[in-house]
Design a protein around this ligand. Sequence first.
Ligand code: NAD
Ligand code: ZN
Length: 360
Amino acid sequence: MSHKNFPMVPRVIFGKGSFNQLNEILAPKRLNMNAPFIFLVDDVFKGNTSMISRISLSYDDKIIFISAEEEPKTTQVDELVEDIILMTKERPSGIIGIGGGTLLDLAKAVAIMLTNDGESKDYQGWDLVKNRAIYHVGIPTISGTGAEVSRTTVLTGPDRKLGINSDYTPFDQVILDSELTQGVEHEQWFYTGMDCYIHCIESLNGSYLNSFSQSYGEMAYQLCKEVFLENNLSEIESREKLMMASWHGGMSIAYSQVGVAHAMSYGLAYLLGTKHGIGNCIVFDHLEEFYPEGVKLFKQMKERHNIELPQGICTNLSDHDFDVMIKIAMSLTPLWENALGKNWQKIITNEKLKSLYKKM
Ligand code: NAD
Ligand code: ZN
């Protein structure tokens, strides 16, 4: 058996206010006057001067505001790359993504596609990227996905939702400043935070588990329990702990895999556009037979934070719709194998998936 040689983020800065060091971090990375930095920023920060004014623009540097309303698409990445090529004299010095998983994934994908020919859909899969990406920096403003550490960038393409998984995908630099996560709305905080919790449950209960994944997974799981079930944390502590939980959760799945909730949530996302965090919650809520302890605790967390999940999102779907979702979910072999072992197809059939989806 061959062991994965996993790339990690080589540089990370952590701490309240560390975003102030952005400009000094970038300065030595500027290749020349014609090679700008391009900042891809969640448009929720448009007009937020206290954040935007701290990005100092020189030469041809540009901020591009992007909505996180929808999850990243391959066509969106290709268009952004086109735009950037047209607006710059030379290949940029770097791409800086500021936002949640959506913006972080866009930044990673754009950095890759600026040095690789063709369309981004051609690179969805494992280790298809040929050339090193340009320098890219990730600055999360909401915690949970682990996109800040991961080796993937999840994109919805013409016929699948699948990551560009490659050694060139991880960020060259990450800035973890808990101040930036301050404005996140309560429900969104919960959904994205639960993405991290579900990463832990799926990793820790999977057949791919090993000591590397377990050490990170247990740490993240502990942190999630503190953040979502304990009373005595200050707001800042809670935000910092969730930020680190996200990081550890991402590290845990890097060397193992996610499971049933993610596979089924990908189906919902593909057909209905259900976003990752909330989609995982909707699915996970019905997975007691696979993750009894994890789901029990999840329900406590949900109640504790007064979260009402949407019900009946699959009620009016046609047989064809179910088939589409099931096909997407079923195609994610490693997730099922991790969750249920080599003989997963004996446990998970189309009918079984349909009956689960029908509850949602
Ligand atoms: P997101 O980026 O979609 O953002 C969710 C919402 O929170 C948006 O409305 C956004 O505008 C808002 N928001 C973000 N920061 C804010 C702030 N500081 N104040 C106020 N509002 C703020 O959310 P997410 O859950 O972080 O990311 C989901 C995406 O991440 C999905 O596309 C999913 O596929 C991807 N993902 C990627 C990985 C990976 O390893 N690459 C892992 C998991 C999920
Ligand atoms: Zn996830």
